[in-house]
Ligand binder design. Structure first.
Ligand code: NAD
Length: 499
């Protein structure tokens, strides 16, 4: 059976390169599609096209309401394809069909609509107060930056793409998007919709390619004014270093090791389901996952045995089956990385109370599978408690007082997400003390277009979505106009005497 082929999108043209990626389902290893593989030549072409489109100016001079209308048009087009795109996303990266429909595609559409609305009301030009003693008037304009590079991972591709390219385009920038080499298909479907909606050539370009050299060439390109990146903390740091040479603007959404605190007052049925959801959603491959569960030592045994009992009921398997809770790992490399962490955990004295290996039996002979795993028996200084595993793995830690729970929660290099289960008043008090960009009380993974997403500490720089999203893609420009008739009332009079 023939599989679809995808080309790169550069300057309004669909381009092949003579070399292809094979995109295979991580659940079955079957071939889903072939995709042209881009390299530094295509990055150079795409950046040149984006720069020329910016300089030519049609898009940045398009009234914001029209830019917003185009984004809304694309959102509507995606809305007509939710089931199809959700299935494609599941086949491409193995995220379960329930989550690709609601989160990957559904939330991305809502986010695009929200950003379109924001573009329509954003103050691109604001008159300020009169500038005395000189009789001058002031304006603040928010100008687009120019060429924005968006570099994204494979785990929740469409949402992280929309977080970047929707505010970038809404603000009048031009974009070069580099999707991850494991999951570029939905990104290229998105480009097709932008083309169909009439986005001018060169305004959005999509180049696939490996992190090295393609991603690095894009993020370091002298004509790129901003890099918006989601991915690992290690690559985020290299992009930040690289950006120094040309003082690029940078937004980073990086890793996490989310602490999830169950209080004595928590309803355990809800908190246990919530703890599993926090750790395992998206097959445990979510940067905002709750991967450290902090429980009161006084109730340790009951909570651990109920967690295990509940985890046993989860269906692991075919991600296209709506009954499945946990699907496969994206690739052989990530799979091995998780198994390496299991070996590390063992040397640290951790005990897997459930999982800790690879499932066997029908349905697991192909693809990359890891059992949902819960470790106990380590403290917060163990590597398994400090480093991001990026798989369906939860580490249980105990605390003796709420103060200790907060201390353990904040004792991490990361600061993306955190959560508290229990009495609301106490939970809010604790939330105020947690060093995290998102704190969820009695829930997890609550992401909403109107609220910012991003991290403290080494989890990132800047925020995506939320009410200030366009600020991250514009530069403030102060224009002052002196209206005085003669030479006297001017700033230069401080130094130069009027003749
Ligand atoms: P990764 O950093 O290896 O890759 C992400 C993207 O960067 C890919 O497109 C890749 O090709 C590209 N890339 C790789 N090396 C590069 C380089 N030197 N220069 C420029 N681009 C380069 O990450 P991954 O393994 O694909 O994803 C898993 C990691 O991403 C996890 O650590 C996870 O926490 C993090 N992540 C964070 C968020 C967030 O919103 N904070 C979301 C998803 C994933």
């Amino acid at each position: 059976m023939s599989v679809p082929h995808y080309s790169l999108y550069i300057n309004g043209e669909w381009v092949d390169t003579g070399e292809n990626y094979e995109i295979r389902s991580p659940a079955t290893e079957e071939l889903v599609a072939t995709v042209a593989k881009g390299g530094v030549t295509q990055v150079d072409q795409a950046v040149a096209a984006a720069k020329a489109a910016h300089e030519e100016g049609t898009w940045r001079r398009t009234p914001p309401a029209q830019r917003a209308a185009l984004l809304n048009d694309v959102a509507t087009r995606l809305g007509g394809r939710i089931d199809e795109l959700a299935a494609l996303q599941t086949r491409e990266n193995g995220a379960t069909i329930r989550i690709t429909g609601a989160l990957h595609i559904g939330l991305s559409i809502a986010q695009m609509q929200y950003l379109a609305d924001q573009a329509a009301t954003y103050e691109f030009e604001t008159a300020g107060p009169e500038i005395g003693p000189v009789p001058a008037e002031g304006l603040v304009r928010r100008e687009p930056l120019g060429v924005v590079a968006a570099i994204v991972p494979w785990n929740i591709p469409l949402l992280v793409i929309v977080w970047k390219i929707a505010p970038a385009l809404a603000a009048g920038n031009t974009v070069v998007l580099k999707p991850d080499e494991h999951a570029p298909l939905v990104a290229l479907e998105l480009a097709k919709e932008f083309e169909a909606a009439g986005l001018p050539p060169g305004v959005l370009n999509v180049v696939t390619g490996d992190g090295e050299p393609t991603g690095a060439h894009l993020s370091g390109h002298p004509d790129v004014r901003k890099v918006a990146f989601t991915g690992s903390t290690a690559v985020g740091k290299s992009i930040l270093r690289q950006s120094a040479d040309t003082v690029k603007r940078v937004t980073l959404e990086l890793g996490g090791k989310g602490p999830n605190i169950i209080l004595d007052s928590a309803d355990l049925d809800t908190a246990i389901d919530g703890a599993l959801f926090a750790a395992l959603a998206n097959n445990g491959q979510a940067c905002e996952a709750g991967t450290r569960l902090l429980i009161p030592s006084s109730n340790r045994d009951e909570i651990v045995s109920r967690l295990v009992e509940r985890a046993r009921t989860l269906k692991v398997g075919d991600p296209l089956d709506p009954a499945t809770g946990v699907g496969p790992i994206i690739s052989k490399v990530q799979h091995q990385r998780i198994l390496d962490y299991f070996a590390i955990a063992e040397t640290e004295g951790a005990k897997a109370v459930i999982g800790g290996g690879v499932p066997s039996g029908p349905g697991f002979d192909k693809g990359y599978w890891i059992e949902p795993t819960i470790f106990v028996g380590v403290t917060n200084d163990a590597r398994i408690a400090r480093e991001e595993v990026f798989g369906p793995v939860l580490v249980v830690l105990t605390y003796d007082s709420v103060e200790e729970a907060i201390k353990i929660a904040n004792d991490t290099d990361y600061g993306l997400s955190a959560g508290v289960w229990g009495d609301e008043e106490k939970a809010i008090e604790i939330a105020r003390e947690l060093d995290a960009g998102m704190v969820w009380i009695n829930d997890w993974h609550v992401i909403h277009p109107a609220y910012p997403f991003g991290g403290f500490k080494q989890s990132g720089l800047g925020r995506e979505g939320g009410p200030h999203a366009l600020d991250e893609y514009t530069e403030a420009k102060f224009i002052s106009l002196n209206r005085s008739p003669g030479p006297e009332a001017r700033a230069f009079a401080i130094v130069i005497d009027p003749v």
